[in-house]
Design a protein around this ligand. Structure first.
Ligand code: HEM
Length: 415
């Protein structure tokens, strides 16, 4: 049954808010199927857990969309800020992937991640102090005031972006990642130009005065000719993008899921040692990154008995695979105590999320600091008013705002 051609993406608000029954129905029809993308292109969507895991690590499926689709004579639409920012590890295959990932990995060794813990804690405490200053009983936006600036501050620390310069960069990325249909609006072009100019200046400044940060490490690699300037700028851009909206979405989605399941939140507050396992379950259940980035078949590939010809786009639906009932019993139930082993929330194979240990640490500090300081935290709006409209709904599933009262005078359950 590979001839069903549903449109995949560009969903109505109700599906974006809760895509899981839509994913499940599609998966029940066929775990690997041909679909039409909102722009009209054809692609193959992979929904079953086993097929998804295979697709993410199949050498016959390439991440070099530009080369593969151009070989096929197709025109490749380049998003902002353009092709000179697209030569990073997530867009290339080995051996370039191996070289680029190895260079950037120097910033992600366990010692360096652990050393960031006090800085992450300080950022979380500071953001909550700021929100607290709104006064008791005030409604605050947890996305704008906490979930989004926290990982942005952390990526700033990691890269060595001076604290005073983060707000304008943060604002530009906010505009650039909003998403739009058709030609980019002028404010997105302006934001993109601002980011391009800023990253170029940052690289030049670190070349003049190196410091103990990732930009300086990568600048040194360009001098040894292990990395071109184009690859350096692309890698910095990708790290900022990959490193903050994803984590922000996990924090926002996770808080809502825990408010929806107050019994499990109580268990976590009583036994904080359970946070690491709970974070993996929140990743599985809330799908902050519902699909991996686009891939393309470099040769004919067979997945779950379905043959996909060469030069076809492939979209792996992590959100569906992580709720595959054949892999996760009672897949639609949030259970922080489930011991079912790894899920695909951080991907799989050679492109497995390089930032996963950092994201886990950030999420642990973010959830624990927020919910132990404000155990009575409540939604300040009806549950149905929450809208998952941040991102495109394909690669990112996040809330645009999450109005809450941190410390209500008479805490009561949200549901
Ligand atoms: C909850 C937060 C995060 C989630 C859910 C997430 C998810 C993912 C996924 C699914 C992939 C694989 C994409 C694919 O195969 O198409 C990926 C790759 C990647 N992520 Fe993350 N990520 C998160 C946080 C971070 C952070 C904090 C960083 C860095 C600061 C980061 C850096 C990267 C990089 C560099 C890659 C590319 C790896 C490669 O191509 O070899 N991510 N991430």
């Amino acid at each position: 049954m590979t001839d069903i051609l549903t449109t995949w993406g560009g969903w109505a608000p109700a599906i974006r808010d809760d895509p899981f029954s839509h994913f499940a129905a599609a998966q029940a029809r066929c775990p690997v199927q041909r679909v039409r993308l909102p722009g009209g292109d054809r692609a193959w969507v992979v929904l079953g857990y086993d097929a998804a895991r295979r697709a993410l690590n199949d050498p016959g499926i390439s991440k070099d969309m530009l080369a593969a689709l151009q070989d096929n004579g197709d025109v490749v639409a380049e998003g902002l800020p353009g092709p000179e920012f697209s030569r990073h590890m997530l867009n290339v295959d080995p051996p370039d992937h191996t070289r680029l990932r190895r260079l950037v990995s120097r910033a992600f060794v366990p010692g360096r991640i652990a050393a960031l813990e006090p800085a992450i804690q300080a950022i979380a405490d500071h953001l909550l102090d700021e929100l607290d200053s709104a006064g008791p009983g005030a409604t605050v936006d947890l996305i704008e005031g906490y979930a989004y600036p926290l990982p942005f501050g952390v990526i700033g620390e990691l890269l060595g972006i001076p604290a005073a310069e983060r707000p304008r960069l943060h604002a530009w990325f906010g505009v650039l990642l909003t998403g739009w249909a058709g030609d980019p609006p002028p404010e997105a072009v302006e934001a993109s130009n601002g980011i391009v100019a800023y990253l170029g200046e940052l690289v030049d400044a670190k070349r003049r005065s190196p410091a103990d940060d990732l930009v300086s490490v990568l600048v040194a690699a360009t001098e040894g000719e292990a990395l071109t300037r184009q690859e350096l700028l692309s890698s910095l851009f990708q790290l900022v993008v990959a490193g903050h909206d994803t984590t922000a979405s996990l924090i926002g989605n996770g808080v809502v899921a825990l408010l929806d399941h107050p019994g499990q939140l109580q268990v976590l507050l009583a036994d904080p040692g359970r946070w690491p396992a709970a974070i993996d379950e929140l990743m599985r259940f809330t799908a902050p990154v519902p699909h991996a980035t686009f891939r393309v078949t470099a040769e004919p590939v067979t997945l779950d008995g379905v043959q996909i010809p060469a030069h076809e786009q492939v979209l792996v639906c992590l959100g569906a695979a992580n709720r595959d009932p054949g892999r996760f019993p009672a897949a639609d139930v949030l259970d922080i105590g489930r011991g079912d082993g790894p899920n695909l929330g951080f991907g799989h194979g050679i492109h497995y999320c390089l930032g996963a240990p950092l994201a886990r640490l950030e999420a642990k500090i973010a959830f624990e600091t927020l919910l132990s300081r404000y155990p009575g935290l409540q939604l300040a709006t009806g549950r149905d008013a929450l809208a998952w409209t941040r991102g495109d709904g394909l690669v990112l599933r996040g809330l645009t705002s999450l109005p809450v009262v941190l410390d209500p005078p008479n805490p009561r359950r949200n549901r």
